[in-house]
Ligand binder design. Structure first.
Ligand SMILES: NC(=O)c1ccc[n+]([C@@H]2O[C@H](COP(=O)([O-])OP(=O)(O)OC[C@H]3O[C@@H](n4cnc5c(N)ncnc54)[C@H](OP(=O)(O)O)[C@@H]3O)[C@@H](O)[C@H]2O)c1
Length: 251
């Protein structure tokens, strides 16, 4: 692998779901991909194996994205092999309480806000120096439609992701002069993910019925939007949000 001839993307939380699919798609576009994970080493190794079997380049690197020292160590490993990060896809999903405001404690709500913003802050700080130096970079954050449209018991995730989306807009304003675009991909409910596995059949059917395109998103649908924002094709969109929800919610 030659860092000089290929873009390098860091996909946080790429051992499963949307992150894994995004890592696979970016690799098919000739990007060398860092498959970050926290606990699921074998799953991350499988994503790397899939990418390599398809002729792409990837490495799995364990790091808790809330921990600056762990993220620095991860980037040192990447740097030694491939150089700096050109594309950040911040996708990792830290745990959160699913319950009403009535039942929620401040530790649960405040803890999720802290985790969400700390992770975004830490990874963004870590990747920016290379992007600024080269005058080119792509920052893409995974949001959720729940940050605009409340759903029962999702107050912790929806509130934290709303903060993340506004954080991205502020970054877009500040980093535009450095040639860095910053965008958010905001999926509706996505099938074949851990959260979709806990929905019962009735809930899934109601979501499909509320979706003009007649099905739930798949991880690959979300990955396509991320890949556009990551590419040279996106020369002039920054501070935007792409809703990948089949028309379930329009704004
Ligand atoms: N699924 C949906 O329906 C849906 C809808 C809207 C938005 N989204 C957004 O899309 C993103 C991905 O969702 P998903 O459902 O695909 O997630 P997921 O399958 O639950 O995967 C979460 C990933 O995050 C990693 N992770 C968790 N904590 C971490 C940490 N502290 N440091 C590093 N990695 C960490 C996990 O790694 P390990 O397993 O290795 O611990 C895993 O790879 C999230 O930001 C989510 O909010 C999802």
């Amino acid at each position: 692998m030659t860092g000089a001839t290929s873009r390098v993307a860091l996909v946080t939380g790429a051992s499963s779901g949307i992150g894994a699919e995004t890592a696979r798609l970016l690799a098919t576009r000739g990007i060398a991909v860092v498959v970050n994970y926290l606990h699921s080493g074998p799953a991350a190794a499988q994503v790397v194996a899939d990418i390599e079997a398809a002729g792409g380049q990837a490495m799995a690197v364990q790091a808790d994205v809330r921990d600056p020292a762990a993220v620095e160590t991860m980037l040192e490993r990447v740097s030694a092999a491939w150089g700096g990060i050109d594309v950040l896809v911040h996708n990792a999903l830290t745990p959160y309480a699913i319950k009403s405001f009535q039942d929620m404690t401040w530790e649960e709500l405040g803890g999720k806000l802290d985790d969400e913003m700390r992770a975004a802050f830490v990874v963004t700080k870590a990747v920016l120096p290379t992007m600024k130096e080269q005058g080119w970079g792509r920052l893409i954050y995974l949001g959720t439609g729940l940050s605009r449209r409340p759903r029962e018991e999702m107050i912790a995730l929806g509130t934290a992701k709303a903060a993340l989306t506004q954080f991205a807009r502020y970054l877009a304003q500040e980093l535009g002069p450095d040639g860095i675009t910053v965008n958010v991909v905001e999926p509706g409910p996505v099938a074949e993910t851990k959260i979709s596995a806990v929905l019962d059949e009735g809930q899934t059917q109601r979501q499909v019925a509320a979706t003009p395109l007649g099905r739930l998103a798949r991880p690959a649908d979300v990955a396509q939007a991320v890949a556009f924002y990551a590419s040279e094709d996106n020369a002039f969109m920054t501070g935007t949000t792409a809703a990948v929800n089949g028309g379930m919610s329009m704004y």
